[in-house]
Design a protein. Structure first.
Length: 337
């Protein structure tokens, strides 16, 4: 199977690409390198024994997409490309609707024109409404509280409408929670540009000396220790979920939605303590006001993915922190070191 991976040089995209290659599939990457590094291609070649094809370009470029689909005889698409920070989306909502919604619309149009009908979409647990009952099931009430979440919800609605209107499409949305960790070799990991927007890379940069202290946004949530509770999933488990969704979704009509998570909530301070065990020392932190758009707590019910895809998270918080630390300790400044 030839699989186009948009955003394939990014954090989750690169590790999913490696998973596809190790399973015998042929990924073709499309990336504009706005939040990724070309050096990841060298790492993929080192780990997989072959270098994936990579097309440099933007997912909103219809002509380039069509050319890529044809030239590489693409059978299916895994769509990661897009902006992904909740806080940034509140400050720059139009950029999120442009990249995430418009980019997906252009991609679907290119797929339709070239007869490619299988798509796995990188969605998010942020599509769920804030007051939803825990754990979150796929049929829980939707109602995102940030432009980022709304952009993902809009794309899901497009996919659902498309599947209803045109038989023959196989469209899968994976609503995953908080990806963390790195490849266990320490070769590939999360290397955000600028100040990290997510918890784990920020903790890792504090541990390696790049940041003075972790900023904890809010300690007055209705949670056991007052800090936000999230369902953290190892990126290796997440990559495997995309592989299974691509393999099993190919040729299966309709719109399908799956949660990918461990089904266990951990607070910010619990994650900090777990990372301290991995790196062997206490890490400083300061309490800041809550961020707009952040929820108090959410975690997944991923039983549908287990029943229908045969997927279940296997790696726990110890592996998440150990692999993240191994990556950051060997790459203090990311891929540039």
């Amino acid at each position: 199977m030839n699989v186009l991976v948009t955003g394939g040089a990014g954090y989750i995209g690169s590790l999913t690409t490696l998973c596809l290659m190790q399973a015998g599939l042929n990924p073709v990457l499309l990336d504009n390198f706005s939040n990724s590094q070309p050096q990841v291609l060298d790492c993929l070649e080192q780990l997989a024994g072959r270098r994936p094809v990579c097309v440099t370009g933007d997912v909103r470029d219809l002509a380039l997409l069509e050319q890529t689909l044809v030239e590489h005889s693409i059978d299916a698409v895994i769509h990661f490309a897009g902006l992904k920070a909740v806080g940034e989306s509140v400050r720059q909502p139009l950029a999120y609707y442009d990249n995430n919604v418009q980019g997906s619309l252009v991609l679907l149009e290119a797929m339709r024109r070239q007869g490619v009908r299988t798509l796995v979409f990188s969605s998010s647990a942020t599509v769920y409404a804030e007051a939803s009952e825990m754990p979150l099931r796929e049929d829980a009430r939707l109602g995102p509280s940030s432009p980022y979440g709304r952009s993902k919800w809009m794309v899901e609605q497009m996919l659902q409408d498309l599947a209803r209107s045109e038989p023959g499409w196989s469209l899968t949305a994976l609503r995953y929670f908080n990806p963390v960790g790195a490849h266990p070799s320490g070769t590939i990991g999360e290397d955000p540009r600028g100040v990290p927007n997510n918890l784990m890379p920020y903790i890792a940069q504090v541990a390696v000396g790049r940041r003075e202290a972790l900023h904890v946004f809010g300690n007055d949530y209705p949670t056991p220790d007052g800090t936000g509770v999230r369902d953290y999933i190892h990126v290796q488990d997440l990559a495997r979920g995309h592989l299974l969704a691509c393999q099993q979704g190919h040729g299966r009509d309709g719109f399908h939605v799956y949660n990918l998570g461990r089904g266990q909530g951990l607070s910010v301070l619990e994650m900090l303590k777990a990372f301290e065990l991995a790196c062997g020392r206490e890490l400083p932190f300061v309490i800041e006001p809550r961020r707009s758009g952040d929820l108090a707590a959410y975690w997944a019910d991923a039983s549908r993915a287990e029943d229908e895809l045969g997927w279940k998270a296997e790696l726990g918080v110890d592996a998440m922190c150990a692999d993240s630390w191994r990556w950051q300790a060997s790459h203090p400044m990311g891929y540039s070191t």
